[in-house]
Each structure stands twice: as C-alpha cells, then as structure tokens.
Write a protein that binds this ligand. Structure first.
Ligand SMILES: *[C@@H]1O[C@H](CO)[C@@H](O)[C@H](O)[C@H]1NC(C)=O
Ligand SMILES: *[C@@H]1O[C@H](CO)[C@@H](O)[C@H](O)[C@H]1NC(C)=O
Length: 473
C-alpha cells in the first residue's frame, strides 16, 4: 500500500517535471523567436511574428506630434518689434550669398531664421522656473562614455573631461567640439559673451548616459525629457563613420545640388533603404505597407553583402523619400531633406533642434506625416501621385525651408551662438579656471591643443589629471 502511494507520488513528480521541462522549452522557443524577430534583417517575416516583436530597441509607443505647425509663420510675428532697427532697407537672408556664412550677427540670425530658436527658449524657460543652473549641478552628473564636460571662457573653448568608448564616440565628440569652436570664432563679439560651462552627450538617447532631469546638451530628446538642451548633431561638422565616410553636411548638399534631377524626371515612387533591426516594429511596418505597391521601392540593406545599398544622391531620383526613426532620432533626416523630393515620415517620437520647422499641412507644408504604423501611407502617397503639383510644392517648400535656409552653415552657427546665450541666461556662476593641482593650463585644455592630442589620449581625457599630460610629453 505504502509502496504504491510512493510510486504514485513518484509518477506525479515525473509528470510535473515533464510539464516544467515543456514550459521551459516553450518559453525558450518564444524568446528565441522574439529575439529573431527583433534582430533579423530578412525581407519577409511571418505576420504573427511582426505582431509579437516588441517595439524593439526603441520605446516607440508614444509619438511627438508637433503642435507647432504654425511655427514658421508665428515666429515671424514675434519678430515684428524688430522694426526698431533702422527702417531703411531691412537686411534679408539670401541663400546664395549668406548660406555658407557662419558669421552672421545676432540681428541677422533672428531675421534670417525665425522659429529656429524655439527649443532654446523652451529649455531656458524650464530652467528659469527650476531655479537656474550652477557648477554644483554639473558636478552631480556622473560622466559616462560618450560625454564631455567643457567650458567657454572669454570666447575660448576648453575641454575639462571627455570620455569615449571607441572611435565612434571620439569622432562624434570631436565633431561637436569643432562645431562649437567654429561658431565661436565666427562671432566677432565672442569675448563679450558670458562664460558658461556645460556637459554634452553624443549618445543617441539621453537615457543611455544619464537620467532625464539633468541639464545636459544632446542631439535629440523625447517630449518628456525637458531638462536637456538640444544641439545640432555631429553630422553638420562631418559624419565620418569607421565604415563609411559621408563628409561635412554642406559638402553633401553641394554634391546633391549638382546631381539632383528635375522634378518631372523623378521616379514616381517612395524610396527607403535601411536595416529593419534598428527599429524592427517601425521599419517592418513601413516594409509591409509598401510591399507589392507600384509606388513602393522599400528594401532592407545588407551591409555585409552590400545588397540594396544606395547612395544618398540616388535617393534624390525619387519623388518620395521615407524617413523612419532608428534606436532614437535618425541623423539621416537632414540628408533626405537635401533632395528636392517629398520626405514622408511617421509621427516622430524624438525631437531634434530643427524639427519645430516641420510643417505637415497648409500652404507651407514641407513634408508628409503618416501614422506610426504606416496605415495611411498608401492613401497619402496615392493622393499625391494624383496631384503632382501639390507634391512638387511640398518638395519645393522642403528645399527652401531646410536645405537652403535652416540647415545651412549660417543657421547652424546662429543656433550654436543662441544656445550659448540661452544657456548663459540661466547659468548662475562664473566658470572657475584654476585647478587645485596647479596645472599650467588650469582645469581645462584649450580646444586648439586638444585636437592635437594623439587619439589614444583623447579617449579618456581628464585635464585635471597629471597622468594624461605627462603621458603626451
Ligand atoms: C518648384 O520650384 C521650381 C524651381 O524653383 C519651379 O520652377 C516650380 O514652378 C515650383 N513648383 C511649384 C509647384 O511650386
Ligand atoms: C545665484 O546664486 C546665488 C547664490 O547661490 C543667489 O544668491 C543669486 O540670487 C543667484 N542669482 C541668480 C541670477 O539666479
């Protein structure tokens, strides 16, 4: 009797164990499937799997719809008090003459680029209502790889600390420093500006390096990350990837202008090339929405086999260019905006400094906005194919607004200088220059010297540590 109860118990035990094995096996299979769905770059994915894959490497659940469609025009209104200037003949921005001029003065900057500085006043308002900023606050930010701490004193740029993990960080940090330096040296009044000190990050997301309540300078933010200050991304200086060299933005634009074809000769299609695995949910939705459509030319790129790779200027041969966010913002938007084509973007979650100028409807419309699941893509593209004049007007507006105005070198330098100014308005404190350690150069190394350091010494640079300096003698 006892034996049989025992064996029955054992039987139940094996049964339980088997169920457990099965459960573990099933969850493993599930995990593998989802991992595969997120990471594969295969063209087709079983529809159920596309449903299953989470938002992927990005949290694409919300979206930033700009309530700012009137920015271009409303900001112009703000500028009316400008009539206080000599009424004679107001200076006007002329793209051919001024676009490459990083040395516009403040009045010229505000006259030329209404609406460009919205983000700076937003961050300024935020920090004013939060009691301003001081050195203490910067000291509380733990510096991680991909970040640098710098200051501007009497118009000169100094590097206190710069941390890179690998070449990508190092190059992006150098690009940011160089862009800041360029914006400074093209300003004749730089010595008169207030000194400021700040921390910037070249990572895609604020949360890659810090919490969202820190006053760091970044390339992009989501709507609720209100403490950060947006700066123009590294690509304006130059995008020099280890694997591909894109070059300075204005050089790309020059090249595209020379090779762009007339609107009437463009392919009546929507083009996109990219890696689905950077943002599987979004990118797969685009691929699914365009698949089999006569107007769709959407393909995934395989960098290893170099299949479907397409140059930036070849994108311009299409009337429509799709834009999809990646892990975070996508630095490609400005290259797509360099073509005389219609940019089609889903509702964006990440904001860059020039996004306020995107207009999705009305006479100033300069891009086409679709839902994040691309459910209205077909309807919107088809209606524009039926009305090519409207499509051409959107492309014209895009070029006039972005390529030939707000994305020029002139606009970039104006933005940087307004950023220094906006930040200095809430910066309470001087910038201490002497370090305790009696370094001849104080607590920061001048930009001019920093760029001459050997690469390996830039990677984990700390101006206050003697080791770094002894090392390079
Ligand atoms: C677009 O711009 C081109 C070149 O400036 C011009 O010839 C064309 O008429 C414009 N098209 C529309 C629809 O505004
Ligand atoms: C700056 O900080 C000091 C003390 O930390 C304070 O007394 C002063 O009011 C602040 N000034 C501004 C403009 O916020």
């Amino acid at each position: 009797m006892a034996l049989s109860r025992n064996s029955r118990w054992r039987l139940r035990q094996t049964h339980l164990l088997h169920t457990l094995y099965l459960l573990v096996l099933l969850s493993l299979a599930g995990i593998v499937l989802i991992w595969y769905g997120v990471n594969t770059d295969r063209e087709h994915l079983y529809p159920l799997l596309t449903q299953l894959i989470p938002a992927g490497h990005c949290a694409c659940l919300t979206s930033t719809t700009f309530q700012c469609a009137s920015c271009l025009t409303c900001a112009q209104m703000d500028l009316l008090p400008q009539t206080a200037l000599p009424p004679a003949r107001p200076w006007e921005f002329e793209h051919e003459r001024d676009g490459g001029n990083g040395g516009l003065n403040r009045a010229q900057c505000t006259a030329a680029f209404p609406g460009l500085f919205e983000e700076i006043s937003r961050a300024g308002t935020f920090w004013k209502s939060n009691g301003g900023l001081e050195v203490e606050e910067l000291n509380q930010i733990p510096l991680k790889h991909g970040m640098a701490r710098v200051f501007i004193r009497r118009g000169e740029l100094y590097v206190v600390k710069a941390l890179s993990r690998g070449e990508d960080h190092r190059r992006k940090i150098l690009s940011v420093l160089s862009a800041i330096h360029r914006a400074l040296i093209t300003d004749p009044d730089r010595v008169l500006q207030h000194d400021v000190e700040f921390v910037f990050s070249v990572e895609d997301k604020v949360t890659d390096v810090t919490t969202t309540d820190q006053p760091i300078w970044t390339f992009a933010r989501s709507a609720n990350e209100q403490a950060v200050w947006l700066m123009p991304d590294f690509g304006y200086w130059a995008w020099e990837n280890v694997h591909n060299s894109i070059g300075p933005y204005d050089q790309v634009v020059d090249h595209i202008k020379r090779t762009d074809i007339p609107w009437s000769q463009k392919k009546r299609q929507l083009v996109w090339r990219g890696k689905p695995s950077f943002a599987p949910k979004l990118r797969r939705a685009l691929m699914d929405a365009a698949r089999g459509q006569p107007w769709g030319d959407v393909k995934h790129v395989d960098w290893n086999q170099r299949t479907n790779v397409m140059s930036l200027e070849s994108h311009c041969q299409y009337m429509f260019i799709a834009h999809v966010e990646g892990r975070s913002y996508s630095a490609s938007l400005k290259y797509r905006q360099a073509c005389n084509s219609v940019v089609v973007a889903h509702k964006l979650q990440y904001i860059q400094h020039h996004h306020y100028l995107l207009v999705s409807e009305g006479p100033n419309q300069n891009y086409v906005e679709v839902e994040r699941d691309f459910s209205d893509l077909a309807a919107k593209v088809e209606s524009l194919l039926d009305d090519p004049t409207r499509a051409e007007r959107i492309a014209n507006n895009s070029v006039q607004t972005f390529r030939d105005r707000y994305l020029t070198k002139a606009a970039e330098a104006c933005y940087w200088r307004m950023l220094f100014e906006g930040y200095s308005d809430v910066w309470n404190g001087s910038v201490p220059t002497e370090s305790q350690s009696q370094q001849p150069q104080g607590r920061g190394l001048r930009y001019e010297s920093f760029v001459l350091l050997e690469s390996r010494l830039m990677v984990e640079f700390d101006a206050t540590s003697t080791i770094g300096l002894m090392d390079h003698t």
